[in-house]
Write a protein that binds this ligand. Structure first.
Ligand code: PHE
Length: 340
């Protein structure tokens, strides 16, 4: 019994110094002091001793248990201190390090223009409808009074996807989608991306438009002019005027091209308006009765107007941007100028 106890003392004494963590220490402790540990086995082994040897053996076992418990407790304190100092070391913050740089973002100018338009027209009672970018020929052309082989298709160099599908070349497709499902009174805006095979300083193969459509009884060109006047004043300056020039679109009749008096020179003529005092900003007109008929709306009862605004164009005019490509290069030096 004595030898056994000495062997256990020696083993614990050497093994305890090798424990590197409280978890290891706990495992070691269980091996000796746990319910099925070696010291507990000694206590159980007492039964096999002759009765006269039991008191002494019991004292020896009690001593070694007490000794071991104290040793484990003090090692536990040591390891606790060690683990804490390691953690402090690892999680230390060097307050002299340069701060992490997290540059602030900025809304893209086209997003700014879009939000402003939605705000302006939303305030006049327009709802927002967003249609698909991959569109059927029917919605982009046919229902808008542009049948196959119509020369007006050349006005918009279209990307065809396959069969009757194409990348919409104008948000006017939204007019049809709205009128197909909703009966007048209708007052919607339809903003979104459009695509045309065209690319230079003022044209991009992908750009954004915002369609406006109003259909109700007794809607006239004067209503269109009034709404556009309000848009011009709010988007640019209180003095901005609109001018309607005759134009042609298959889906409107009559059709107009809308100019705004130059917000930069007030109409006297400058670099921005190329000396004319006017800047062309959008196409519009009274909804062609054939388009209303195509959507099951009686043109003898209802009339309407539509307009299509190019968002990049408005952004370029408003912020004095000379090249449309700047809007798509995503150079942060350009974009961060629109912060705040
Ligand atoms: N869809 C036309 C274009 O992209 C603009 C337009 C919209 C004209 C609505 C009239 C009415 O050029």
């Amino acid at each position: 019994m004595k030898e056994k106890i000495e062997a256990i003392r020696a083993a614990i004494g050497s093994e305890i110094g090798q424990t590197g963590s409280r978890k290891e220490l706990f495992e070691l402790k269980m091996r000796y002091l746990g319910k099925t540990g070696e010291i507990s086995a000694l206590s159980k082994g007492m039964r096999d001793l002759p009765p006269e040897e039991r008191p002494e053996a019991g004292k020896l076992v009690g001593d070694v248990r007490k000794w071991a418990e104290e040793l484990f407790a003090s090692r536990e304190e040591e390891l606790k201190a060690k683990e804490l100092s390691e953690r402090v070391q690892k999680e230390r913050i060097d307050v002299t390090m340069p701060a992490r740089f997290s540059p602030a973002g900025a809304a893209h100018p086209v997003s700014l223009v879009r939000a402003e338009l939605v705000d302006i027209f939303g305030g006049m009672g327009f709802d927002v409808y967003e249609g698909p970018e991959i569109e059927r020929d029917y919605y982009n052309f046919q229902a808008l009074n542009i049948p196959a082989d119509h020369p007006a298709r050349d006005m918009q160099d279209t990307f065809f996807v396959s069969g009757e599908y194409l990348l919409r070349s104008q948000t006017s497709s939204g007019q049809i989608r709205v009128m197909e499902t909703k009966k007048p009174p209708i007052k919607v805006l339809s903003p979104g991306r459009v695509y045309r095979s065209d690319s230079d300083a003022t044209h991009s193969p992908m750009f954004h438009q915002m369609e406006g459509l109003v259909v109700d009884k007794n809607i006239t060109l004067c209503d269109l002019k009034g709404i556009l006047d309000e848009f011009a004043r709010r988007m640019f300056t209180a003095e901005t005027k609109t001018r309607l020039r005759p134009s042609y679109f298959p889906f409107t009749e009559p059709s107009v091209e809308v100019d705004l008096s130059c917000h930069n020179c007030g109409g006297k003529g400058c670099r921005i308006c190329k000396g004319t005092g006017w800047i062309e900003v959008l196409g519009a007109g009274m909804v062609n009765r054939r388009v209303l008929e195509n959507c099951g709306i009686d043109p003898d009862v209802y009339t309407g107007f539509a307009f299509g605004i190019g968002l990049e164009r408005i952004a370029m005019i408003k912020y004095g941007i000379g090249d449309i490509r700047l809007l798509f290069e995503n150079d942060v030096r350009f974009l961060k100028q629109f912060r705040g």
